[in-house]
Design a protein around this ligand. Structure first.
Ligand code: THU
Length: 136
């Protein structure tokens, strides 16, 4: 599917606007690209009890998985203080990396940043020696 990192990141930046983040005031958006070219968006959704908070990346993944998607090529992530431009450095948390490793192969692309700086990594680079179904 022909969509470049910058374009996918711009979808993640737009998605930030629908973040529900009254506690941290950090709004995060994610845009998950399937191998067939569909894009699923997600935002962080916080909770007064804190621990039920879900990251933007997992919202995007679970929306897609629940719709029957299983083949993914890339995710873009944009985050920063609510109402401010996204940060250049907003990599995915460890729990989200683990969820990615359940459904994506080692070459799955992880893109984060803002319009000025874009970082692109393979999942295997940001989760080396990860534990997954092959280890069971
Ligand atoms: N957050 C994400 O949505 N994705 C990440 O990968 C890191 C953190 C959210 C969770 C919480 O709502 C806020 O950012 C501050 O941690």
């Amino acid at each position: 599917m022909k969509i470049d990192a910058r374009e996918l990141l711009s979808k993640a930046i737009e998605a930030r606007e629908r973040s529900y983040c009254p506690y941290s005031n950090i709004s995060v958006g994610a845009a998950l690209l399937t191998k067939s070219g569909k894009i699923y968006l997600g935002q962080n959704i916080e909770n007064a009890s804190f621990s039920p908070t879900v990251c933007a990346e997992r919202v995007a993944f679970f929306k897609a998985i629940s719709e029957g998607e299983r083949d993914f090529s890339a995710i873009a992530i944009a985050g920063g203080k609510k109402g401010e431009p996204s940060r250049a450095d907003f990599p995915p948390c460890g729990v989200c990396r683990q969820v990615m490793s359940e459904f994506c192969d080692a070459d799955f692309r992880v893109i984060f940043g803002n319009g000025e700086k874009i970082t692109e990594r393979a999942l295997k680079e940001i989760l080396p020696d990860g534990f997954n179904k092959d280890n069971l």
